[in-house]
Design a protein. Structure first.
Length: 181
């Protein structure tokens, strides 16, 4: 109870400190990802008034199926009065699991309709953007180029023969508009 009371008494000091030298940034945004709408949230810590880094999550789609990327968001910013141009990098995992039905060919030449799962593996993204800062919040726009990797089960069998499907790599453009607080 004493710790909770102490924390409550210290909150105004933490609030004042946060207002003069902001260390935490939140980002909420809408996006166009591969022609589909989506959105996301990120929470970044600012280091040396230059680098923002933190976790992020999005809800979007790929080929008409839900995809939930979870990733590390990195922004390197340069502050000019109320504007901050930045370059961005994203590295993470795309939660995606879709049942596929395809006509696969075994090494012996036998073909068979086979059901298997296509799952997300990892992804990366690079891009740039700009933030317009106001007193309590900011608005921003950015462009990202992303590369995704999807994997398949390692041992798909057709007539006791193993068929291996190599990882699929795709890329897409992402346009983002959002607010920062």
């Amino acid at each position: 109870m004493k710790k909770l009371l102490f924390l409550l008494l210290m909150m105004p000091a933490f609030s004042i400190a946060q207002q003069t030298d902001k260390l935490l940034y939140g980002y909420a945004y809408g996006m166009i990802h591969d022609g589909a709408f989506g959105g996301g949230l990120a929470g970044n810590v600012e280091l040396w008034n230059l680098v923002n880094i933190g976790p992020a999550v999005e809800l979007t789609s790929f080929d008409g199926h839900t995809m939930i990327p979870v990733f590390l968001d990195l922004k390197i910013k340069y502050r000019l009065e109320n504007w901050s141009p930045y370059v961005a990098g994203q590295f993470g995992y795309n939660n995606y699991n879709v049942k596929q039905i395809q006509n696969l060919t075994a090494p012996s030449g036998i073909q068979q309709m086979t059901t298997f799962n296509e799952t997300g593996k990892y992804f990366w993204g690079v891009g740039a953007g700009i933030i317009r800062h106001f007193k309590q919040f900011g608005v921003y726009a950015s462009y990202l180029y992303r590369g995704y990797t999807y994997k398949y089960p390692p041992d798909i069998k057709i007539n006791d023969e193993i068929v291996n499907i190599s990882d699929k790599m795709v890329s897409t453009n992402v346009f983002i508009l959002g607010v920062t607080f």
